[in-house]
Design a protein around this ligand. Structure first.
Ligand code: MN
Length: 286
Protein backbone atom coordinates (compact mmCIF):
# COMPACT_ATOMS: atom_id res chain seq x y z
CA UNK A 1 0.00 0.00 0.00
CA UNK A 2 1.49 3.28 -1.07
CA UNK A 3 0.57 6.40 0.73
CA UNK A 4 -0.73 9.53 -0.87
CA UNK A 5 0.55 12.68 0.78
CA UNK A 6 -1.92 15.44 1.42
CA UNK A 7 -0.46 18.55 -0.15
CA UNK A 8 -1.46 22.07 0.83
CA UNK A 9 -4.00 23.54 -1.54
CA UNK A 10 -4.32 26.93 0.17
CA UNK A 11 -2.76 28.79 3.07
CA UNK A 12 -5.14 31.30 4.57
CA UNK A 13 -4.28 34.30 6.67
CA UNK A 14 -7.15 34.82 9.10
CA UNK A 15 -9.27 37.94 8.79
CA UNK A 16 -9.89 40.10 11.83
CA UNK A 17 -13.65 40.32 12.32
CA UNK A 18 -16.01 41.61 15.00
CA UNK A 19 -18.74 39.25 16.19
CA UNK A 20 -21.31 39.01 18.96
CA UNK A 21 -21.52 42.19 21.01
CA UNK A 22 -18.06 43.27 19.84
CA UNK A 23 -15.60 40.38 20.10
CA UNK A 24 -12.48 40.65 17.97
CA UNK A 25 -11.59 37.34 16.35
CA UNK A 26 -9.43 35.80 13.68
CA UNK A 27 -11.64 34.05 11.11
CA UNK A 28 -10.33 31.60 8.52
CA UNK A 29 -13.47 29.77 7.31
CA UNK A 30 -16.66 31.69 6.45
CA UNK A 31 -14.72 34.39 4.65
CA UNK A 32 -14.66 35.59 1.06
CA UNK A 33 -11.47 33.58 0.57
CA UNK A 34 -12.88 30.34 2.00
CA UNK A 35 -16.63 30.35 2.41
CA UNK A 36 -17.10 26.65 3.14
CA UNK A 37 -14.81 23.66 3.47
CA UNK A 38 -17.56 21.04 3.42
CA UNK A 39 -18.51 19.99 6.15
CA UNK A 40 -16.80 22.90 7.98
CA UNK A 41 -18.79 26.13 7.88
CA UNK A 42 -16.76 28.47 10.04
CA UNK A 43 -13.51 28.56 11.98
CA UNK A 44 -12.69 31.29 14.49
CA UNK A 45 -9.65 31.78 16.72
CA UNK A 46 -10.24 34.13 19.62
CA UNK A 47 -7.98 35.43 22.31
CA UNK A 48 -6.27 38.59 23.31
CA UNK A 49 -4.30 40.26 26.08
CA UNK A 50 -6.88 43.02 26.05
CA UNK A 51 -10.17 42.11 27.77
CA UNK A 52 -11.94 44.82 25.76
CA UNK A 53 -11.47 42.52 22.74
CA UNK A 54 -13.64 39.75 24.18
CA UNK A 55 -15.54 40.77 27.35
CA UNK A 56 -18.62 41.99 25.39
CA UNK A 57 -19.10 38.30 24.54
CA UNK A 58 -21.90 36.65 22.63
CA UNK A 59 -25.25 37.52 24.28
CA UNK A 60 -28.35 35.38 23.58
CA UNK A 61 -28.40 34.19 19.97
CA UNK A 62 -29.98 31.27 18.11
CA UNK A 63 -28.50 28.39 16.10
CA UNK A 64 -30.21 25.89 13.82
CA UNK A 65 -28.93 23.17 11.52
CA UNK A 66 -25.30 23.02 12.69
CA UNK A 67 -22.87 21.92 15.39
CA UNK A 68 -20.54 24.32 17.17
CA UNK A 69 -17.30 23.08 18.70
CA UNK A 70 -15.61 25.25 21.31
CA UNK A 71 -12.06 24.39 22.42
CA UNK A 72 -10.42 26.54 25.04
CA UNK A 73 -6.68 27.02 25.43
CA UNK A 74 -6.81 29.60 28.21
CA UNK A 75 -9.49 31.40 30.13
CA UNK A 76 -13.07 30.22 30.04
CA UNK A 77 -16.44 30.66 28.40
CA UNK A 78 -19.58 30.71 30.56
CA UNK A 79 -22.57 29.48 28.62
CA UNK A 80 -26.25 29.04 29.26
CA UNK A 81 -29.23 28.37 27.06
CA UNK A 82 -32.98 28.73 27.16
CA UNK A 83 -33.40 24.95 27.56
CA UNK A 84 -31.88 25.30 31.05
CA UNK A 85 -28.36 24.11 30.30
CA UNK A 86 -25.49 26.10 31.79
CA UNK A 87 -21.81 25.57 32.44
CA UNK A 88 -18.26 26.71 31.92
CA UNK A 89 -15.79 25.61 29.27
CA UNK A 90 -12.33 26.01 30.84
CA UNK A 91 -8.73 25.62 29.67
CA UNK A 92 -8.30 22.37 27.69
CA UNK A 93 -12.05 21.65 27.74
CA UNK A 94 -14.24 21.10 24.70
CA UNK A 95 -17.93 21.65 24.17
CA UNK A 96 -19.43 19.93 21.13
CA UNK A 97 -22.92 21.40 20.73
CA UNK A 98 -25.44 20.01 18.25
CA UNK A 99 -28.00 22.77 17.73
CA UNK A 100 -30.38 20.60 15.72
CA UNK A 101 -33.76 22.34 15.34
CA UNK A 102 -32.80 25.13 17.63
CA UNK A 103 -31.05 26.43 20.66
CA UNK A 104 -30.83 29.94 21.99
CA UNK A 105 -27.74 30.52 24.07
CA UNK A 106 -25.16 33.00 25.29
CA UNK A 107 -21.39 32.49 25.36
CA UNK A 108 -19.38 34.86 27.56
CA UNK A 109 -15.56 34.68 27.52
CA UNK A 110 -13.73 35.36 30.80
CA UNK A 111 -10.02 35.56 31.49
CA UNK A 112 -8.30 33.19 33.89
CA UNK A 113 -4.89 34.31 35.19
CA UNK A 114 -5.23 37.24 32.82
CA UNK A 115 -5.48 35.04 29.73
CA UNK A 116 -8.21 33.99 27.32
CA UNK A 117 -7.97 32.09 24.06
CA UNK A 118 -9.57 29.32 22.08
CA UNK A 119 -11.34 28.22 18.94
CA UNK A 120 -14.82 27.75 17.59
CA UNK A 121 -15.55 25.49 14.65
CA UNK A 122 -18.95 25.04 12.99
CA UNK A 123 -19.69 21.63 11.51
CA UNK A 124 -22.59 21.20 9.14
CA UNK A 125 -25.40 18.71 9.70
CA UNK A 126 -26.89 16.68 6.84
CA UNK A 127 -30.46 17.47 5.74
CA UNK A 128 -31.93 14.56 7.69
CA UNK A 129 -30.39 15.75 10.99
CA UNK A 130 -30.82 19.51 10.73
CA UNK A 131 -33.99 19.38 12.84
CA UNK A 132 -32.72 16.78 15.32
CA UNK A 133 -32.97 17.22 19.09
CA UNK A 134 -30.33 19.64 20.47
CA UNK A 135 -27.48 17.94 22.32
CA UNK A 136 -24.31 18.86 24.20
CA UNK A 137 -21.17 16.83 24.64
CA UNK A 138 -19.26 18.57 27.44
CA UNK A 139 -15.73 17.22 27.45
CA UNK A 140 -13.54 18.12 30.46
CA UNK A 141 -9.81 18.44 29.75
CA UNK A 142 -8.99 15.44 31.96
CA UNK A 143 -11.02 13.10 29.71
CA UNK A 144 -9.18 14.06 26.52
CA UNK A 145 -6.39 11.53 25.96
CA UNK A 146 -2.95 12.64 24.82
CA UNK A 147 -0.85 10.31 22.69
CA UNK A 148 2.92 10.87 22.97
CA UNK A 149 5.03 9.20 20.31
CA UNK A 150 8.67 8.13 20.47
CA UNK A 151 9.79 11.26 18.64
CA UNK A 152 8.06 13.47 21.21
CA UNK A 153 5.08 14.37 19.01
CA UNK A 154 2.01 14.95 21.16
CA UNK A 155 -1.58 14.63 19.97
CA UNK A 156 -4.56 15.49 22.17
CA UNK A 157 -7.43 13.47 20.74
CA UNK A 158 -10.74 15.32 21.03
CA UNK A 159 -12.49 13.29 18.31
CA UNK A 160 -11.34 10.47 16.06
CA UNK A 161 -8.50 8.06 16.69
CA UNK A 162 -4.71 8.23 17.02
CA UNK A 163 -2.66 5.03 17.32
CA UNK A 164 -5.70 3.12 18.59
CA UNK A 165 -6.64 5.80 21.15
CA UNK A 166 -10.12 7.23 20.62
CA UNK A 167 -11.25 10.70 21.59
CA UNK A 168 -14.29 11.22 23.83
CA UNK A 169 -16.54 12.99 21.30
CA UNK A 170 -18.82 10.38 19.75
CA UNK A 171 -21.64 9.86 17.28
CA UNK A 172 -21.06 12.91 15.12
CA UNK A 173 -22.37 12.54 11.59
CA UNK A 174 -19.29 14.00 9.89
CA UNK A 175 -17.12 11.31 11.54
CA UNK A 176 -14.65 14.04 12.47
CA UNK A 177 -11.11 13.92 13.71
CA UNK A 178 -10.07 16.84 15.92
CA UNK A 179 -6.51 16.77 17.24
CA UNK A 180 -4.37 19.36 19.04
CA UNK A 181 -0.88 18.51 17.79
CA UNK A 182 2.54 19.59 19.04
CA UNK A 183 5.69 18.60 17.13
CA UNK A 184 8.87 19.28 19.11
CA UNK A 185 11.81 21.21 17.69
CA UNK A 186 13.53 19.09 15.05
CA UNK A 187 10.73 16.52 15.14
CA UNK A 188 8.29 15.35 12.52
CA UNK A 189 4.75 14.06 12.47
CA UNK A 190 3.42 11.43 10.10
CA UNK A 191 -0.32 11.12 10.52
CA UNK A 192 -2.94 9.10 8.63
CA UNK A 193 -6.05 11.04 7.59
CA UNK A 194 -9.08 9.30 6.10
CA UNK A 195 -9.00 9.44 2.30
CA UNK A 196 -11.84 11.53 0.93
CA UNK A 197 -12.36 13.58 4.09
CA UNK A 198 -11.96 17.34 4.00
CA UNK A 199 -9.05 18.41 6.21
CA UNK A 200 -7.25 21.47 7.48
CA UNK A 201 -4.41 22.32 9.84
CA UNK A 202 -4.58 25.54 11.84
CA UNK A 203 -1.09 26.56 12.95
CA UNK A 204 -1.26 28.70 16.10
CA UNK A 205 2.23 28.42 17.61
CA UNK A 206 5.56 28.28 15.78
CA UNK A 207 6.00 27.20 12.20
CA UNK A 208 5.67 23.83 10.45
CA UNK A 209 7.09 22.54 7.22
CA UNK A 210 4.33 20.66 5.40
CA UNK A 211 5.74 18.06 3.04
CA UNK A 212 4.31 18.04 -0.43
CA UNK A 213 5.98 15.01 -2.02
CA UNK A 214 9.19 13.05 -2.40
CA UNK A 215 12.19 15.31 -2.74
CA UNK A 216 10.05 18.43 -2.66
CA UNK A 217 11.05 21.32 -0.45
CA UNK A 218 7.82 21.32 1.52
CA UNK A 219 6.01 24.47 2.41
CA UNK A 220 6.48 26.51 5.57
CA UNK A 221 3.34 27.59 7.38
CA UNK A 222 3.65 29.97 10.32
CA UNK A 223 1.09 31.09 12.86
CA UNK A 224 -1.64 32.03 12.68
CA UNK A 225 -2.52 30.41 9.37
CA UNK A 226 -5.06 27.85 8.20
CA UNK A 227 -3.65 25.32 5.73
CA UNK A 228 -6.25 23.58 3.58
CA UNK A 229 -5.12 20.03 2.78
CA UNK A 230 -5.74 18.34 -0.54
CA UNK A 231 -6.97 14.75 -0.62
CA UNK A 232 -4.73 11.86 0.37
CA UNK A 233 -4.32 9.48 3.26
CA UNK A 234 -1.34 10.90 5.10
CA UNK A 235 0.08 14.20 6.34
CA UNK A 236 3.75 14.87 7.11
CA UNK A 237 4.74 17.98 9.07
CA UNK A 238 8.23 18.80 10.32
CA UNK A 239 9.27 21.33 12.94
CA UNK A 240 12.43 23.41 12.60
CA UNK A 241 14.35 24.94 15.48
CA UNK A 242 11.12 25.72 17.32
CA UNK A 243 8.19 23.44 18.12
CA UNK A 244 5.04 23.82 16.07
CA UNK A 245 1.52 23.47 17.42
CA UNK A 246 -1.60 23.16 15.29
CA UNK A 247 -5.13 21.82 15.23
CA UNK A 248 -5.60 19.03 12.72
CA UNK A 249 -9.25 18.65 11.79
CA UNK A 250 -10.94 16.44 9.21
CA UNK A 251 -14.44 15.23 8.40
CA UNK A 252 -16.70 13.69 5.81
CA UNK A 253 -18.08 16.15 3.25
CA UNK A 254 -21.87 16.24 2.96
CA UNK A 255 -22.14 17.27 -0.68
CA UNK A 256 -25.47 19.02 -0.07
CA UNK A 257 -26.62 22.51 -1.03
CA UNK A 258 -26.37 25.05 1.78
CA UNK A 259 -28.36 28.16 2.55
CA UNK A 260 -26.87 30.23 5.34
CA UNK A 261 -28.03 33.23 7.23
CA UNK A 262 -25.89 34.13 10.24
CA UNK A 263 -26.32 31.39 12.86
CA UNK A 264 -28.74 29.33 10.73
CA UNK A 265 -27.43 26.92 8.11
CA UNK A 266 -30.03 24.94 6.20
CA UNK A 267 -30.35 23.43 2.72
CA UNK A 268 -32.80 25.88 1.18
CA UNK A 269 -33.82 29.53 1.35
CA UNK A 270 -37.32 28.44 2.42
CA UNK A 271 -35.90 26.66 5.47
CA UNK A 272 -34.05 29.83 6.47
CA UNK A 273 -37.27 31.81 6.17
CA UNK A 274 -39.02 29.18 8.30
CA UNK A 275 -36.31 29.56 10.98
CA UNK A 276 -36.84 33.33 11.03
CA UNK A 277 -40.62 32.84 11.29
CA UNK A 278 -40.17 30.33 14.14
CA UNK A 279 -37.95 32.86 15.92
CA UNK A 280 -40.52 35.63 15.51
CA UNK A 281 -43.53 33.64 16.65
CA UNK A 282 -41.75 32.04 19.61
CA UNK A 283 -41.74 28.44 18.35
CA UNK A 284 -37.99 28.27 17.73
CA UNK A 285 -37.02 26.65 21.03
CA UNK A 286 -39.13 23.74 22.26
MN1 MN B 1 -23.28 30.32 19.58
Amino acid sequence: MGSQLRALTEVIEPLIVMEGAGVRLKRSIATARLDYLDPFLLFDHFGSDDPADYLPGFPMHPHRGIETVTYMLAGEVDHRDTLGNAGTVGPGDVQWMTSGHGIMHEEMPRPRDGMMGGFQLWVNLPARLKMTVPRYQDVPAATIPEVVRDGGERLRVVAGEVDGVRGPVKEIYADPSYFDVTVPAGGSLRQPITLGHAAFAYVFEGEGLFETGPGGPGRAVGSPRLAVLGDGDELVVRAGEQPVRFLLVSGKPLGEPIARYGPFVMNTREEIEQALRDLRDGSFVY
